[in-house]
Design a protein around this ligand. Sequence first.
Ligand SMILES: Cc1cc2nc3c(=O)[nH]c(=O)nc-3n(C[C@H](O)[C@H](O)[C@H](O)COP(=O)(O)OP(=O)(O)OC[C@H]3O[C@@H](n4cnc5c(N)ncnc54)[C@H](O)[C@@H]3O)c2cc1C
Length: 382
Amino acid sequence: MASFLFETHVMGAGPTGCMTALALAQLNQRVVVFDPQASDALTARSRAYAITHSSRRLMQRLGLWDELLNDLVAFEQLDLRDLAAGRQVLFLADDLALKNRGHSGIGWILDHRPLMTVLLRRLQDSPHVHLHLGGSAAPIPSLDSLVIAADGPSSPTRESWGIHCWQHRYRQGCLTAKVILRGVQANQACELFRPEGPLAVLPLGNDQFQVVWSAPMQRCQDRSALPPSEFLDQLAGILPQGIDPDLLLDQPRAFPQQWMLARRLSRGRGVLVGEAGHRCHPVGGQGLNLCWRDVDVLVTSVQKGGSAKRIAARYGRQRWIDLILVGAATDLLVRFFSNKNSLLVGLRQIALQLLKSSHRLRQLSLRAMTDGPMRIARALPD
Ligand SMILES: Cc1cc2nc3c(=O)[nH]c(=O)nc-3n(C[C@H](O)[C@H](O)[C@H](O)COP(=O)(O)OP(=O)(O)OC[C@H]3O[C@@H](n4cnc5c(N)ncnc54)[C@H](O)[C@@H]3O)c2cc1C
């Protein structure tokens, strides 16, 4: 294994920055982490992430999986419905050929709070990590440091490096809320395609679910301001028959949605990871998994050795295909399914019927979702 002479600066202690710092610290690399938010604010976000197998493997390598096992809610079924086309496809864990591998889920749902609590504690305990949280000024990196921008979609570091982005702002926004639902199995996630946008229902355990509800932005904002009973009535009105919302558990929040890709992912000794480099629509729950595949590739590049500049350039080259394919796939899904166009509805009926009747097609779709479109031809590694 290569030996490291330089220090690494991670700008941003969100889920991507923390994961990067932890992975590098495990290589005995000295890591400085800076975030203007204090640890309480960093853990406070009300959000749940869909975790795929690519993220599961990274968490296992970093020893996080067992520690978070009680907080990971596995879903063994994914119920996909197109309400305008009147079609339903049920994906099962068997479609991923997971039997006897000890991982029963198609994926898992993990709440932001336990994830960040464990990540920040592990970073605090590491002798290789220097955490600077809640301050106003970042420590100055030395001239040979690798600088990792993990400071989110509006990344001030990316701006300061003069890296521009390609971007497309969706007309759709999305609203997130935690609710208690009746009529959904605790081990089931749902993706409902509706003409106004997709609606994901993600299990959090104990009848609690996170809904990620896409619709025109103004409608999301209006819904987020509704009194709880009216919000639940509106949600009840669009959920399939037999699924009933009982209680709203947090304040619904509306977010704009965009596809964004930085025009370059490295500059000199600097790299962009996570949402500092890319964003995609939340359909299919790809966001954080894509960010963590950045971490995986960056750490492999560090292990291969060389100067900070060489490591950065190698990382920058290797991430393109996955980012472009996932961005294109999520964009296509949203455009194809969010309408009532009779030609497209007909095509969707055919496509979903094929998916329903073919185990192989379901397997390829799940592999693309869980490991990225580049790896659909390969069996899922352990
Ligand atoms: C509504 C919604 C639902 C989503 N659902 C899912 C899902 O189901 N599954 C999934 O995988 N993903 C989902 N995502 C995407 C997911 O939230 C993001 O992919 C994830 O938060 C990206 O993490 P990050 O660490 O890259 O960025 P962030 O979480 O944005 O963290 C960036 C950090 O940088 C810090 N920072 C800001 N400025 C500076 C600075 N100048 N210097 C240093 N630090 C700075 C910030 O304080 C912050 O802590 C969703 C996103 C949205 C909006």
